[in-house]
Design a protein around this ligand. Structure first.
Ligand code: FMN
Length: 184
């Protein structure tokens, strides 16, 4: 059955030969994600990223996609390790801070929030996050205007009671309380 027959309205269709960037961004924005802050120690740098994805359990691999013109792109190309802090629901401020291209750079960009050096690599990890990964850069691949960086996970920790920060349709969101939580 064609989608129209099933009562689904298609806002805009895109041919792969002539992709409208705005329509592409809007369609991709319907894919909800968590939010992470990716960090390096040498040089000290951090960047908000929602392209974080699990790749493999054996070996343990994760990926992030970083714009070629981001400062983080140069940092990752320079260093062998990176950290990923998966933000919790109350870390929207940190997500905005590390996405702000006008923020102070270098070690000073970490002054706003609490962080600690990772035990395996020394990369900065944000306190109060929901989970933390320390990675060794494993491979990198051409991804058009981004580069896909794959990291081998060296250490992983999580805060079991933390709710994640979400990002959908260009906005930060949080999980709505379940009915039982509202009642109780
Ligand atoms: C929710 C959110 C997710 C983002 N995800 C990514 C991402 O996955 N990759 C990327 O290159 N930029 C991403 N950005 C944009 C960067 O955070 C932003 O361009 C930042 O200023 C780049 O930092 P830098 O150039 O100082 O390294 C995201 C921004 C936001 C708000």
């Amino acid at each position: 059955m064609a989608p129209q027959e099933a009562g689904v309205s298609i806002d805009q269709s895109i041919s792969s030969r002539d992709v409208d960037v705005k329509a592409l961004r809007q369609a991709l924005g319907t894919f909800s994600t968590g939010v992470t802050v990716v960090t390096t120690a040498t040089p000290p740098h951090a960047m908000t990223a929602n392209s974080f994805t699990s790749v493999s359990l054996d070996p343990p691999l994760v990926l992030i996609c970083v714009r070629r013109d981001a400062i983080m792109h140069g940092c990752l190309s320079m260093t062998g390790h990176f950290g990923v802090s998966v933000l919790s629901a109350d870390q929207e401020g940190e997500a905005k801070h590390f996405a702000n291209r006008w923020r102070t750079l270098g070690a000073a960009q970490f002054e706003e929030g609490a962080w600690r050096p990772g035990e395996a690599t020394g990369v900065p990890l944000l306190e109060n996050a929901a989970a933390w990964f320390e990675c060794e850069l494993w491979r990198s691949y051409d991804g058009g205007d981004h580069t896909v960086f794959i990291g081998k996970v060296l250490s992983v920790h999580r805060r079991p009671d933390a709710d994640p920060l979400l990002f959908c349709q260009g906005r930060f969101r949080r999980i709505a309380p379940q009915p039982s939580e509202v009642a109780g």
